[in-house]
Unconditional design. Structure first.
Length: 364
């Protein structure tokens, strides 16, 4: 039995690798995961949540460059250890002041501070902050995708924001599959009153619009990072339960299940040891589909203001903050997070289609 199962999955893996769409989806997902793990190392803005605000340069177009006078902050900023920086970023030890030009005069530096396009203000600063032990410096920064209305780097927030999409997808899939698999197995195997009760509950939940149900759960749990994960997960289990129930109803009549009953095995042992491994194919396909759905739902919730809250970067929240620029001079500020959502959802849909074809035993 183990050899047959191993041979089947090896054959499925070979078929999956031949599917160009699924391979492309896998590469995109791997790139997104890698980006999410090392987000603060890749992002030009390594501050927590990529939330370095420079209001003077808000709403700038892609490729915008500016000189910055980096003034050490009055308080000393403790440098985080590597893993803490990897997880939460590093607080800036400098205040970033945009300038047109600068010149040094003794112990001071005189800058033409950028106020607006064509507007400057002359200011002088001490070169060295003895309390912080840091020297003032001038750097040039380029914002490859522009800045939002608060002057934050769009590219950095896109990079850090991939964590939210991947996290909400993963947690929602775990929750939805856990509930859907258990209810589907119980309903499909035992039938009778258990099946009727579970199906009644499934039909009631299914009759409620998904977004409305998410709203209700979110309002009950409150707005926040973890609340939206739970809310999305609790709305995606219905399709999984229905599919698993249908699969189990056909499998429970097979000879090996009848043999297990004849040997006196308990119902739950038969379900989890003999039936569940044989329905993992549809489960994997549903996992990819639910992952894509969770990303879209989270983006919609954040856009409507009931999902991830500022200043935490979320692609849906970025669209909300910058959608006014679509009809003005800089539409890419809102379009770029939309493209990221589209590509990640496309990747999981392509992977789901590839898994469906690869795990189809009728193709053997």
């Amino acid at each position: 039995m183990q050899n047959v199962s191993s041979s089947f999955f090896q054959s499925a893996w070979r078929r999956l690798r031949k599917n160009k769409g699924a391979v492309f989806g896998l590469y995109l997902i791997a790139l997104a995961v890698l980006t999410g793990v090392f987000a603060y190392l890749f992002a030009p803005d390594h501050s927590p949540n990529a939330n370095r605000m420079t209001v003077e340069i808000g709403g700038q177009k892609p490729g915008f460059s500016m000189l910055f006078f980096m003034l050490p902050k009055s308080k000393s900023v403790q440098k985080s250890v590597f893993f803490e920086r990897l997880l939460n970023g590093q607080e800036d030890a400098y205040a970033y002041i945009p300038v047109y030009s600068w010149q040094q005069a003794g112990d001071s530096i005189i800058v033409q501070r950028y106020i607006d396009e064509g507007v400057a203000e002359r200011q002088a600063y001490n070169i060295k902050n003895r309390d912080a032990g840091l020297s003032s410096i001038i750097v040039k920064k380029t914002f490859w995708l522009g800045t939002d209305k608060f002057g934050r780097d769009i590219l950095s927030r896109l990079i850090v924001g991939v964590r939210v999409s991947l996290a909400v997808g993963l947690i929602a899939v775990v929750i939805s599959l856990s509930i859907g698999i258990v209810l589907g197995l119980v309903a499909g195997y035992f039938g009778g009153s258990a099946d009727k009760c579970i199906m009644w509950f499934i039909n009631v939940v299914w009759s409620i619009p998904t977004l409305l149900l998410v709203f209700a759960i979110t309002l009950a749990l409150g707005k926040g990072f973890w609340q939206v994960f739970i809310a999305v997960g609790l709305t995606l289990w219905v399709n999984t339960a229905r599919i698993i129930r249908t699969q189990v109803m056909s499998i429970r009549e097979l000879q090996y299940v009848e043999a297990a009953r004849a040997l006196g095995f308990t119902g739950f042992r038969i379900i989890f040891r003999h039936i569940l491994p044989n329905v993992l194919g549809p489960v994997m396909v549903m996992a990819a589909s639910n992952f894509a759905s969770a990303i879209v739902i989270e983006a919609g919730l954040s856009f409507l203001g009931v999902g991830v809250q500022p200043p935490q970067p979320s692609w849906g929240l970025m669209i909300k903050e910058n959608y006014n620029f679509i009809i003005t001079h800089n539409p890419l500020l809102a379009i770029s997070p939309g493209i990221c959502i589209m590509l990640l959802v496309l990747a999981f849909n392509l992977l789901g289609n590839g898994l469906r074809d690869a795990l189809d035993v009728r193709s053997e």
